[in-house]
Design a protein around this ligand. Structure first.
Ligand SMILES: Nc1ncnc2c1ncn2[C@@H]1O[C@H](COP(=O)(O)OP(=O)(O)OP(=O)(O)O)[C@@H](O)[C@H]1O
Ligand SMILES: [Mg+2]
Length: 199
């Protein structure tokens, strides 16, 4: 990355993160969902947010579509734009985690290198969650009609069709969204959160 910020110092927060955790009753961190379009990132991120919120967790979803309306509205889908998009989200997610939140991110994030950048930003509080679903299943689901458009040549650089997806090599958690129902997938995720973010 081309770093242009110079003469920058770091200031300490008056409230240490551990104090925030104690107040919340749980640790903060990033659950980084990755998978093809239609793998279930949005469904499971918002479903998990609902469940965790109901159990008084501090939890917030960053979703691909919403972020591209604002934070990354100047970026497209070429590899360098995707890299910058994921870099920004990785930094924002890390800020939320520093603020004590459990952040659920729902981005295809197809490139290993880009996810590695987000992982570094998360400084030990980054959990890569691979939502495993094969292309055929995702294309059959096609919840937003995007595969149909991509096959018709209307969407360039569409992951799985005209752009690559690099599956994680060593994710913290794999959820097979073909074999499992939405509810079963949420059970797996909730159990993981309870195991990992409990103080
Ligand atoms: N186990 C499961 N987990 C999640 N979604 C599932 C599961 N089984 C079936 N589905 C269905 O798959 C679809 C997943 O769509 P969703 O919008 O969540 O995908 P996405 O990964 O966010 O895609 P995009 O990258 O395009 O935003 C939904 O229609 C959902 O009901
Ligand atoms: Mg989505």
């Amino acid at each position: 990355m081309n770093v242009k910020s110079t003469h920058i110092t770091t200031v300490e927060h008056a409230v240490p993160v551990e104090e925030r955790w104690r107040k919340n009753g749980h640790r903060g961190g990033v659950l980084w969902f990755t998978g093809l379009s239609g793998a279930g990132k949005t469904t499971l991120a918002f479903g998990l947010e609902r469940r965790l919120f109901g159990k008084s967790y501090q939890v917030y979803v960053l979703d691909g579509d919403n972020v591209r309306h604002g934070l990354s509205s100047d970026l497209g889908f070429a590899p360098e734009d995707r890299a910058e998009n994921i870099r920004r989200i990785g930094e924002v997610a890390a800020l939320f985690a520093d603020a004590g939140f459990i952040v659920l991110t729902a981005f295809i994030s197809p490139y290993r290198q880009d996810r590695a950048v987000a992982r570094r930003a998360g400084r030990g509080r980054f959990h890569e969650v691979f939502l495993r679903a094969d292309l055929e299943t995702c294309e059959r689901r096609d919840p937003k009609g995007l595969y149909k458009k991509a096959r018709a040549g209307l969407i360039p650089d569409f992951t799985g069709v005209s752009a690559p997806y690099e599956p994680p090599e060593d994710p913290e958690l794999v959820v097979d969204t073909v074999a499992l129902t939405v509810r079963e997938s949420l059970d797996v995720l909730e159990e993981y959160v309870e195991r990992v973010f409990t103080l």
